[in-house]
Ligand binder design. Structure first.
Ligand code: NG6
Ligand code: CA
Length: 511
């Protein structure tokens, strides 16, 4: 039981989960579980950024192949329009807006998932899988005031993973080092790491004072300690030998993910592979530079597709593909200029990162959370396209169902078992879904309701429409996927009904 939420709250949430997830009888039963599960989580990849979702300017053969062999969801979501809350929801099965402190975290934040709590990882571990996470973490590490030179815990290993190899926060946040299990990789004890988000630390130059040292310049923020010619958010000193080289991040992470698969090929494993791509700073390996024609953002997509291909090739090579469930998605929608002058805007060339959707990362419009979502299990899943409403928050209940695990009271309270949809057996997913950016919205059937909000209309530096408005908004997504035509005035009863349901869901969390 968490320290923040009472048992009564949890029990109420469970009650909610029961009503939120009225679904037809499950198509799958325990005993038909996959030998392995691999969840690949891209960063900031938009609904329109992939070939199989309509992109034509950037080529993604591996993702397109995955989709051809699996189910491609067109109405699947992250829980939120930014990274930390989406990852929190994906691992805990709880809407992140129920808790304080689940917003985008600095790189020195403490772990925000309490050790001992049921997570997707602990669930899979209990079900007999060896569990590993490789890649971007961004859920905090330690219990406060972390010393990066000592044992780094609690972290993934204390919440259900057997192995971790991490970017602690994001590529644009210090410390710019990898953490493997409880230690910084390659740290020279004579050159200790110090990190601060409050004040400059040590003698490293900053982007603010030494722009002449930069190989990539910030467009907003990102002007603190310079690592590898790129200034970051936050200050760090020391750890020179341990600092990553951005050009090699994809190779390193992909290599560690492949090594995890190889090491555990004889036993069931669950791998959560969280790529750095296509988050800023976008600095792909030289072999991908210029490959998309869209600049570093497009090249990072090509690099991401390569990483996915390497994982799939490894499964093939080890004869594991047939019985491995592979799920691919993204933690939030797309953003073009997210704080570095990388020519993403100038070189778009008609590419539409959000496809037909409105908004993007940070936005309560659908591009904030409606993301690519592909599920493949050769021989078990009939390939196709699914319209089912699903969310990454549903992985807990769905994989519990798949592996025959029972969720305890209070576990994954907002997670719905949508296994039938994930396996392509039904087009019925969850009944409704709360989306989250600055404000909340609710999707149910063809309708989307966005609650009135005083928040800004635009995220000015990124040029993203946030979707906030002081009046209620109602869109019929079937007729108006691009959320252009607010029909709230025409359907006051619908607005009332959906506002009431949203309120009910929200209140369930209050003791
Ligand atoms: C913002 C950063 C942005 C990105 C984002 C988190 C600035 C000006 N912008 O604050 O670059 O790091 O946070 O992205 O610093 S996320 O995908 O991890 O949520
Ligand atoms: Ca993200």
């Amino acid at each position: 039981m968490s320290q923040h939420v009472s048992r009564r709250t949890f029990l109420k949430s469970v009650g909610l989960a029961a009503t939120a997830c009225l679904l037809p009888a499950r198509a799958e039963t325990a005993g038909e579980r996959p030998r392995n599960v691999v969840f690949i989580y891209a960063d900031d990849l938009g609904y329109g950024d992939v070939g199989c979702y309509g992109a034509t300017k950037v080529v993604t053969p591996n993702l397109d192949g995955l989709a051809r062999a699996g189910v491609r969801f067109i109405n699947a979501h992250s829980s939120s329009a930014t990274c930390t809350p989406s990852r929190y929801a994906m691992l805990t099965g709880e809407y992140p807006w129920r808790r304080k402190g689940t917003g985008v975290l600095p790189g020195d934040a403490r772990l925000i998932i309490e050790p001992g709590r049921t997570t997707l990882a602990s669930l899979m571990k209990k079900a007999g899988y060896t569990t590993g996470v490789v890649g971007k973490w961004h859920l905090g590490l330690g219990a406060g005031e972390l010393d990066w030179n000592k044992e780094i815990k609690p972290g993934p290993l204390e919440i259900g993973f057997d192995y971790c190899f991490l970017i602690p926060a994001t590529g644009d946040r210090v410390p710019c080092v990898f953490v493997e299990n409880h230690r910084v990789v390659g740290l020279d004890p004579k050159d200790p790491i110090q990190v601060s988000y409050q004040k400059p630390i040590g003698n490293d130059p900053t982007g603010k004072d030494h722009p002449e040292l930069l190989k990539m310049h910030p467009s907003h923020g990102h002007n603190q300690t310079i690592v590898n010619g790129i200034s970051r958010i936050g200050y760090m000193s020391g750890g020179q030998a341990a600092r990553w080289v951005d050009e090699h991040i994809a190779d390193t992470l992909t290599g560690k993910a492949v090594a995890f698969i190889e090491k555990h090929k004889e036993e069931p494993f669950f791998l959560y592979f969280a790529t750095h791509d296509i988050h800023v700073p976008r600095v792909p390996h030289p072999r991908f530079v210029g490959k998309s024609g869209l600049g570093p953002r497009g090249d990072a997509i090509v690099q991401l597709d390569w990483s996915v291909g390497e994982i799939l090739k490894t499964l093939d090579r080890l004869s594991l593909a047939e019985n491995t469930l592979v799920i691919f998605s993204s933690d939030n929608g797309p953003v073009v200029d997210d704080g570095y002058k990388d020519q993403a805007v100038e070189l778009l060339d008609g590419h539409r990162p959000a496809g037909p959707l409105r908004g993007g990362k940070y936005s309560i419009f659908d591009a904030g959370t409606r993301v690519p979502f592909i599920v493949r299990w050769p021989g078990r899943i009939k390939p196709g396209v699914s319209e089912a409403l699903a969310c990454q928050i549903d992985l807990s209940a769905s994989l519990a169902a798949l592996t025959g695990e029972k969720l305890g009271p209070g576990d994954a309270p907002d997670s719905c078992d949508v296994l039938g949809a994930l396996l392509g057996r039904t087009q019925t997913g969850r009944d409704h879904l709360v989306e989250h950016a600055g404000s909340l919205s609710l999707i149910q059937g063809d309708w989307k309701y966005i609650e009135p909000s005083k928040g800004a209309r635009m995220n000015v530096p990124t040029n993203t429409e946030l979707g906030n408005a002081p009046q209620p908004q109602l869109y019929n997504l079937k007729d108006d996927l691009g959320e252009r035509n607010n029909v709230a005035m025409k359907h006051p009863e619908k607005v009332k009904e959906m506002a009431a349901l949203l309120q009910k869901i929200r209140q369930r969390s209050q003791p």
